[in-house]
Design a protein around this ligand. Structure first.
Ligand code: SAM
Length: 331
């Protein structure tokens, strides 16, 4: 299905990727995860237009080292990555505004490796905004924005002839809830790839908890606004009546599970109605919703996850502080 955005000053069209496996819609998903404690939400609901914009702002906060570090690694190694992989198509999962991916396009330009770029995301506003800007900046780049949910399977991704570079940046793999889910997804990516294809993945590393916690509790409060925004998403999409002023953001490193756990905690006793679910939720003061986990990995943990899926590690780049890994793997 092609979605044309007539209101935009562009002829860029998004292709909707249909799922190959059944995934719950928002009503069923929220019903299953939010009505009973322990309450949680899928992080994909953060990313309406405002959520995607707020995530971009988080990336520029001084505390949020992952973006800076991954960007630095990409700037340093992009030419080598492009020479190694010679991609005819770059397929990015959870591309957002494709900000760091530009370093790969710069490298393609430098090495005259002209290719197709197929970014996949759940946020159509971010996809269209990014595609419009990329069309201006890289006139040679063939753009194929894909609107879809990677939890719905990767079997319908457009596969072209030649070599593909699958890209999965921002340590988004850390948001898969449980490490077994992350491993299963990496296996799905492996299965979607051809023999000449590569995966480039950015993964955040285990480090001192004060550095991790600062990154998710920035002084300007952008991460708090991003977290609270999910309540506005629920209000709009499901006719709920959350008052975001009555909840508080927190992000704490769970050292046993090696992950940041981001929550929204009720500041007072309250009853929330979600009309589209025909349900109410009672919150006592202090009750919370787990809105995101961000799993951190060790160097060997990353390699284990990739090799368990069948990948061979081609290059494992890290910064001097070993804060972040950028790994190129082949099938
Ligand atoms: C942590 S952000 C990373 C954005 C960008 N790749 C970066 O590195 O800055 C996660 C991105 O994945 C997208 N996303 C989250 N869940 C998704 C899903 N289930 N299917 C497709 N995209 C998803 C979000 O809209 C967002 O753009």
């Amino acid at each position: 299905m092609q979605t044309n955005y007539g209101t935009q000053q562009t002829d860029i069209a998004c292709t909707t990727i249909m799922p190959t496996q059944i995934i719950p819609d928002m009503v069923d998903d929220v019903r299953a995860s939010l009505l009973q404690p322990p309450r949680s939400l899928s992080p994909k609901y953060f990313y309406d237009e405002r959520g995607s914009e707020l995530f971009e702002q988080i990336c520029s906060t001084p505390e949020y080292y992952p973006t800076r570090t991954e960007h630095h690694l990409l700037s340093k190694h992009a030419v080598a990555i492009i020479k190694q992989t010679n991609p005819d198509q770059i397929l990015e999962l959870g591309s957002g505004y494709s900000t760091k991916t530009r370093r790969l396009f710069d490298a393609c330009q430098e090495t005259a490796q002209h290719c197709i770029y197929a970014p996949l995301d759940v946020c159509e506003e971010a996809l269209i905004d990014a595609a419009q800007k990329l069309a201006e900046e890289y006139k040679w780049l063939k753009l194929k924005p894909l609107l879809g949910d990677y939890h719905g399977g990767l079997g319908n991704l457009p596969v072209t002839q030649g070599a593909h570079l699958f890209v999965f940046l921002g340590s988004t793999i850390g948001n898969f809830g449980q490490t077994t889910h992350a491993r299963d997804f990496i296996k799905e990516v492996y299965n979607a790839m051809g023999s000449r294809d590569h995966l480039l993945i950015g993964v955040d590393r285990v480090k001192k908890d004060h550095i991790l916690e600062a990154a998710y509790n920035d002084a300007q409060g952008v991460t708090a606004a991003f977290n609270l925004n999910v309540l506005h998403v629920l209000n709009r999409a499901l006719n709920a009546n959350f008052n975001a002023d009555e909840f508080t953001h927190s992000a704490i490193f769970n050292a046993d599970k090696e992950r940041i756990e981001m929550r929204l905690t009720a500041d007072s006793e309250q009853k929330i109605h979600i009309d589209d679910l025909g349900a109410s939720i009672h919150f006592d003061k202090g009750d919370d919703i787990l809105t995101e986990v961000s799993q951190k990995y060790t160097y060997s943990g990353i390699e284990k996850m990739l090799t368990a899926a069948g990948f061979s590690i081609t290059n494992h780049y890290e910064d001097e502080n070993a804060y972040f890994s950028l790994v190129l793997a082949s099938k």
